[in-house]
Design a protein around this ligand. Structure first.
Ligand code: AOF
Ligand code: ZN
Length: 367
């Protein structure tokens, strides 16, 4: 498909609009829509929250009669089902839109090509594939969950330049700058779930909540805690928002003490004495978790890496050195051969305050 410069500009604008929903649409995807008639934008909209109007509905409402004969640029295939709101395909048809340009098909089985087919059946020109890579990037979790049943997993670690996280004594807080900690808030805010381990809860008693103005939604906090050792007075529990403790044993007394605090306790399958991470991800997928942000110690971060159950490693690197006695970034078993090492690929490296943020993704082949 040869796209014109104005097609690209309008779709780029639709993405700008979609990003307004970065922190709010969960579990729905972030979607933006621009309506263009005679080269002029006549309506814009984005999806703000589940239950609210979809991007197309918002743009059509803004355009009114000017939508007749217009081109709609949408950052995802228009839906074709009655969910919490009526189908966008029907709304676009009713408004008399002449052409619909979108990025990629919506993998929701209730949509998956049906939206495009219905529009075409009405004689509307439908074209897709424009800015497909951007569409994948904007909703990595939503798309992953719809395609595989599991969420998209980011594992965050903070380390010194020599890749160490804490002193042998366990003293670990604030290796990185205030700017890096603020950046972490944005990752938490866009996630459906913030996940940690009982080791971190007992050592640091973190709240793991979102404390930024742009977001009032609290992601579900999940604690992997085989033996239900989470203290009922832990800060992670005594904050707004839903908390789920994933255990492998169910001690009635401990479970009830947590449940009295409003905590949901789920028993999950065990794997070598710990909650089976794949089963936990299946459970979170069933609960419509799109993006999962793992903020834990070397043990749990290491488990995600060892099992290659992460999609992105987000490393905050502080300009300091902690020396060889300090704790490692992730716990991994000793390698028998170099061939067995996990292979990653860097996708981004940017300064955040005085630190660096390095993003790496698993990579199948050595380059
Ligand atoms: C669109 N435009 O802006 C969004 C779409 O329960 P509902 O009615 O909110 O529908 C949610 C589903 O609609 C969601 O899972 C996804 O398939 C699609 N999202 N579709 O045409 C939008 N947010
Ligand atoms: Zn829709």
């Amino acid at each position: 498909m040869a796209w014109s410069e104005s097609d690209r500009q309008h779709m780029a604008r639709a993405f700008e609009l979609a990003r307004h929903g970065l922190y709010t649409t969960d579990p729905n995807p972030r979607v933006g829509c621009v309506l263009v008639n005679d080269g002029r934008i006549v309506g814009e909209g984005w999806h703000e929250r589940a239950g609210g109007p979809h991007a197309e509905a918002a743009a059509l409402a803004a355009a009114g009669a000017a939508a007749r004969g217009a081109t709609a640029f949408v950052t995802l295939e228009p839906c074709d089902h009655h969910g919490r709101t009526p189908p966008c395909s029907l709304a676009l048809i009713a408004a008399g839109v002449a052409r619909v340009v979108y990025t990629i098909d919506d993998p929701n089985p209730a949509v998956a090509g049906n939206g495009a087919a219905r529009l075409r059946a009405q004689g509307i020109v439908v074209e897709s594939g424009l800015m497909a890579a951007e569409a994948e990037q904007l909703n990595p979790g939503y798309l992953r969950r719809r395609r595989t049943g599991r969420p998209f997993v980011r594992v965050k670690v903070a380390a010194s330049l020599d890749g160490r996280t804490a002193l042998a004594s366990g003293e670990s807080r604030w290796i990185t700058s205030k700017a890096a900690r603020a950046d972490v808030q944005h990752y938490r805010a866009r996630s459906s779930v913030v996940l940690t381990g009982i080791g971190t809860v007992l050592a640091d008693d973190p709240a793991m909540n979102v404390r930024i103005e742009e977001s009032r939604r609290q992601p579900m906090r999940v604690v992997l805690d085989s033996r239900l050792r989470t203290p009922p007075e832990a800060r992670i529990i005594n904050r707004q928002g839903h908390v789920l403790v994933a255990a492998t044993t169910s001690d009635a007394q401990r479970r009830e003490a947590l449940q009295r605090k409003g905590v949901e306790v789920q028993v999950v399958p065990e794997r070598v004495g710990r909650p089976d991470l794949a089963a936990v991800l299946d459970l979170l997928g069933q609960r419509e978790a799109n993006e999962v942000w793992v903020e834990a110690g070397a043990t749990l971060a290491g488990a995600f890496v060892r099992e290659m159950l992460f999609d992105e490693l987000v490393v905050y690197l502080a300009p300091t050195l902690l020396g060889p006695d300090a704790r490692p970034l992730v716990d991994l078993p000793a390698l028998a051969q170099l061939d067995a090492r996990p292979l990653l690929r860097f996708t981004e490296c940017i300064p955040v305050g005085d630190d660096l943020r390095i993003t790496a993704v698993p990579c199948k082949e050595a380059s």
